[in-house]
Design a protein around this ligand. Sequence first.
Ligand code: ADP
Ligand code: CA
Length: 439
Amino acid sequence: MVLLRRADGQPVKRVLLLATTTGYQIRSFGEAAEALGVRLVFASDRCDQLEDPWWDQAIPVRFQDEARSVDAVVAACGDSAPDGIVAVGDRPAVLAAHLADAFGLPGHAPAAAGKCGNKLTTRQALQAAGLPTPWFVSMPIGGDAEWQSVRVEYPAVIKPLALSGSRGVMRVDDAGEFVAAFERLRRLLEAPDLRAERDAAHGQALVEGFIPGAEYAIEGLLTDGTLQLLAICDKPDPLDGPFFEETIYRMPSLASEEVQQRIGEAVAAASIALGLHHGPVHAECRVFGETVYVLEVAARPIGGLCSRALRFRSSTPEAAGGTGAVVSLEQVILRHATGERVTSYVREDAASGVMMVPIPKRGVFRSVSGVHEARRVPGIEDIRITAKADTTIVPLPEGKSYLGFIFARATTPEAVDEALREAHARLRFEIDREVIVTA
Ligand code: ADP
Ligand code: CA
C-alpha cells in the first residue's frame, strides 16, 4: 500500500472498513472519508458487487473464516498498517476485533465482539456481572417444546441466538403459544438461507422472561473503556409483542434526565461486562420501574439507513473545521477510528427521527403511491422505499426487511413523531396475493 500525503504535507490516514453490505452506510463512510481526507480500504465478501469509485483496491474476505481473513488483510496491507478499523454489521465486528489485535490498534476484544453477536452469551455475561437480566434458558431447536412449555414462567419471549432486526423474536403468554412459537422458530432456523450460514448458534433457541416497560436505543463510542453517549433514541410505539417490529426511533429522548443518566450507566456497565473496550457500540434497553435492563449491546454502530437520523456538531467549532457544521455519524466514527478525540461532538440541536416502515402482510410488492404527498408533510426530509417491485415481501417474525424509511427533523421530538406518522398515513402500498403455482 502506498503512503499518500495530503495537501498540507500530513500523511493521509487509512482506515479499514469491513462490511457485508455495499449499501447506503458504506457510501456514507465514503463521503465522510472524502470530507476528512481519509483513505478507506474496503474489505468485504461482496467485492464483486462494488460500483463506487472509493473501493479500487478492495480486499476480499470471508467473515466465517476469521483466521484466513486476518491473514488476507494483513498480507494486503504489507508493511503499512492501517490507522484505524471500522466495522458495519455483527460479523464484520468480530473480524474487526481480530484485525485490531493483529495490527496492535485499539479496538474491541475479539471474544467480546463474539459474545455481543450471540444473545445467549450476552445474557450469560450480563448475569455473571450481576447486572439486571431476565431469567433465561437455552434449548436445542430440535428439543422438546411441550416439556419446556410447562416449566417456564409467562409471559416469556422465544428468540434465535444470532439473528437481528427482531427476526424470530416472539412473545408467548401460555404453554400453547410456547409450543406454536417454538415450532415457528424451528422452521425459520431450518430454512435453507439460514442453514447455508452454517452457524452453530442457529441450532439453539433462547427462552427468557418478558420485560415490560419503555424501550430505548443507544448509540455510543467507547474510548479505552469509557462510554461517550452519542444519542438516546426513544421508541415511542409500544413493543409488547407478540412480534416486535421496530417503527419509530426518535430523539432527543423525552425520558427524564435521571432516567437518561441511568440508561447511560447501564449501557456502560453492560459494555464493560461484555468485555467491550474501544469503538462504536449500539445498545437497546428496557426501563421497568427503577431498573434498566440492557437487552443487547452490539460492537458496531447502528445499521443501514437509520444512521441518517443522527447528526452531530462540535461543541468546540474548531474541531469541525471551524465551520460549526453538522456532520454525519460516519464522520464522528472515522475521526474516532483514527485516534482523534471526539468528546466535543454532541447531537445536533434539532429533533430528528426515522420510521422503519413495516411490512403489513406477506405478498408481492407492486408499487407505492402517495410518496409525493408524504414528502410535503412539514418536517419530512426524505422517504426511501427500499422494497423492490414485484418481489415477495415477508412480515415479521420471518421477514428481515422493511418497506422503506421515512426521515424527519423538527424543533421537538413530538413534532418529529407527528410528521413521521402523517407521512406514513399518506403512503399506499399495493401488495398482491402470492400466486403459488403447483405442477
Ligand atoms: P434483535 O437482535 O433481533 O433485535 P432482540 O433480542 O433485541 O433481537 O429483540 C428484539 C425486540 O424484541 C427488542 O427490541 C424488544 O422490543 C423485544 N424483546 C426482546 N426480548 C425481550 C424481553 N425479554 N422482554 C421484552 N421484550 C423483548
Ligand atoms: Ca435488538
